[in-house]
Design a protein around this ligand. Sequence first.
Ligand SMILES: Nc1ncnc2c1ncn2[C@@H]1O[C@H](COP(=O)(O)OP(=O)(O)OP(=O)(O)O)[C@@H](O)[C@H]1O
Length: 226
Amino acid sequence: MQDIILEARHIHKRFYDPVTVQVLTDITFTVNKGEFVSVIGKSGCGKSTLLYILSTMDTDYEGELLIDKVSMSGKSDAALARIRNEKIGFVFQFHYLLNEFTVLRNVMLPGIKLNKHSEQEVEHRALERLKMLGIEHLANKLAYRVSGGEKQRVAIARALINDPHIIMGDEPTGNLDVKNSEMVFDIFKQLAEEHNQTLLIVTHDPSFAENSGRIIEMEDGKIIRH
Ligand SMILES: Nc1ncnc2c1ncn2[C@@H]1O[C@H](COP(=O)(O)OP(=O)(O)OP(=O)(O)O)[C@@H](O)[C@H]1O
């Protein structure tokens, strides 16, 4: 039996700007544990809007979102924040590292925020993840002193700190050159194949999408392939 991590049921989203604009229409799909899914579609088709809803950051929509088979409907902001921190790792186009902190501290922060392990344990976990991504030697460097490709690896290590059930990415290779884009892709592929990590990544990069495990294609706010 497939283990469903994420389920969108008939999600509709409208903006009022100032007239009503229907941005998402009847979005329904599931993502199973260990799947590496790319979300593609032309600019403005609603990818980021959908990711915002799936990551529980936007609660103003019709339909239902389930994470680990639990409905997110009616949950308080505090409960959603906890679920996000515990279950979802984020990797964005821009890494949003805190420049004045070390690489190690940046990776530790979501772990400290979750308050589930002691600071010493979080540090151990952070070092493990830096090692896994081949950047353990950068641990004590200030974040602004590492290269763009390294920063994105640090952001991935940070996304992994709480053992997320799913990693969501919005154009995580959008700001990288070809070599670093391939490196980030290879890390995601390895996470899915060797660690059964689930990934849902919005991308404009056709080769990234084609080589991931599955493509969800959107057009004008609808899913046309999944
Ligand atoms: N706050 C908002 N108010 C009104 N309309 C919005 C708002 N945010 C997004 N939209 C509209 O919703 C549509 C979908 O936007 P979205 O950013 O989700 O697209 P996208 O597929 O992620 O685009 P891109 O690939 O360019 O990032 C667009 O037409 C956009 O103008």
